[in-house]
Design a protein around this ligand. Structure first.
Ligand SMILES: [Zn+2]
Length: 461
């Protein structure tokens, strides 16, 4: 190679290098000021404002969030009913708006779009994201919750696709900017908290799925016990609900009627190591995999735990805390032959013109249970709706576990479940804060699952 050619190459690289230096200097001295001054320091808040934010669509292409190009306003057709999913855009963005902000403001064929914008002023449109959510199922869940404080979440057991997610009290995402002070300052109602993913509560008796697994694995599946309504643990007592004496119970019966005494004794028999191992397999004390931020559910039994505290922790009180999303994963894995599919929200990304750019496939989170363990837990869950605390459920055959969790106020109500019982397709969790018990959770889950399975059937036909 001649010297002159080398010189040209050298100069070429010098120019590129200088451009890089200029870009870095500009970024550090000028742009970064904008970044720092953004109240939430979101890199994306500084994206080009000429880009029309892409739409958030449901699994059938129905809009969950879209931008009106004339006014520039962000619209949320589901309003309060979709808020836990969509979240809101702008500073401190949350939900899908926050999580997929990068995709929504990214432009496919950007150079071409910008050139066209310069020539004829046509809008520069961001990519759209399609979620796993079904707008119809989402609305139905919100309606059935009927404004009651709590959370609802459901997913396909075989894929992990989240079909609906509700958190109450909710908010209208289009009115967040003007209501910001009121929404963010409401520490009592906490409407901006996604209770499904980030609310931590005592799971109460839904946790007996974990205790039952520990009992099964430690060779105590055949344990029988005579319940007198209360049981002594180191001088303190565990009570069954309303101090009901359940009489002689085996594990199936105890699970169906939700006998606290039986399960506290079972945990003691199983040993706290077996309990720890079971909780860990169900992802307690570990980050819960999900597209939106979650809080770690907690389970703690150690040398410092008193006998009564250990007994309470083993029945989902005391030192056990869980999010509704966590309990959904527990029941979904139990229903799906022990295989936990990673719950997810983002199905695909497409350009503004509708060209698919990315498709997300279902992902296995792990085999949590053996087939035998899964069948064992399913047998327990079926007994609940056949002869136990869930037998008021009519129609579609559902299996699951109710939960009543004591706390400072009135008891929280839970129901974790799946349907159809003999061929699980969808798992759901209903959590109602201070509902006084699990009863009001049952019809919400029942009606929603019936509706959801009906829609699936319609689609197949
Ligand atoms: Zn009992």
């Amino acid at each position: 190679m001649s010297l002159s050619k080398l010189r040209v190459i050298f100069i070429f690289f010098c120019v590129i290098f200088s451009l890089c230096v200029v870009r870095i200097v500009k970024f550090t001295l000028i742009d970064s000021r904008e970044l720092v001054s953004s109240p939430y320091n979101k890199r994306l808040a500084t994206r080009d404002e000429r880009v029309v934010r892409g739409a958030i669509l449901d699994r059938n292409g129905a809009p969950l969030a879209q931008t009106d190009e004339a006014s520039g306003a962000r619209e949320y057709p589901l309003k309060k009913a979709g808020a836990a999913v969509t979240g809101f855009a702008g500073a401190a963005a949350q939900g899908a708006e926050g999580r997929y902000a990068f995709e929504l403001t990214r432009v496919h064929n950007e150079l071409l779009a910008r050139a066209r914008n310069l020539i004829d002023g046509s809008p520069i449109r961001g990519n759209s994201v399609e979620l796993t959510i079904d707008a119809g199922l989402q609305k139905k869940a919100y309606e059935l919750m009927d404004g009651r404080r709590g959370a609802f979440m459901a997913m396909e057991t075989a894929t992990g696709r989240v079909l609906a997610m509700v958190s109450n009290p909710s908010f209208d995402p289009s009115e967040v900017p003007e209501n910001w002070d009121q929404l963010s300052g409401d520490t009592e109602g906490n409407p901006l908290l996604n209770r499904a993913a980030q609310g931590l509560y005592p799971p109460g008796s839904t946790f007996k799925l974990v205790t039952a697994l520990a009992g099964y694995d430690s060779g105590n599946a055949g344990l029988t016990y005579v319940c007198k309504g209360e049981e002594d643990f180191g001088g303190n007592k565990i009570h069954c609900i309303n101090k009901t004496a359940h009489g002689e119970v085996d594990m199936k019966k105890a699970f169906a009627v939700s006998c606290n005494c039986y399960f506290a004794v079972l945990a003691r028999e199983a040993g706290y190591e077996a309990m720890d191992a079971a909780a860990e397999r169900f992802l307690f004390n570990k980050p819960l995999p999900f597209d939106l931020p979650t809080l770690k559910s907690g389970f703690a039994l150690d040398g410092g735990t008193s006998a009564i505290e250990a007994a309470q922790t083993a029945i989902g009180q005391g030192r056990t805390t869980a999010s509704p999303a966590q309990m959904l994963c527990v029941v979904s894995a139990a229903a799906n032959d022990g295989l936990l599919m990673r719950p997810y929200l983002l199905d695909s990304v497409a350009s503004a013109e509708g060209k698919r750019l990315k498709k997300i496939l279902p992902k296995q989170e792990g085999r949590i249970l053996t087939s035998e363990e899964s069948l064992f837990l399913r047998g327990l869950c079926e007994e609940v709706t056949e002869n136990g605390t869930g037998k008021s459920l009519k129609g579609t055959k559902i299996a699951g576990k109710t939960g009543t969790a004591e706390n400072k106020g009135a008891d929280h109500g839970w129901f974790v479940c799946y349907a159809p019982a003999d061929e699980p397709k969808i798992a759901a969790v209903v959590f109602l804060e201070n509902a006084g018990g699990s009863k009001p959770c049952l019809p919400i889950a029942g009606k929603w699952l019936e509706y959801a399975l009906g829609r699936e059937r319609d689609k197949e036909e």
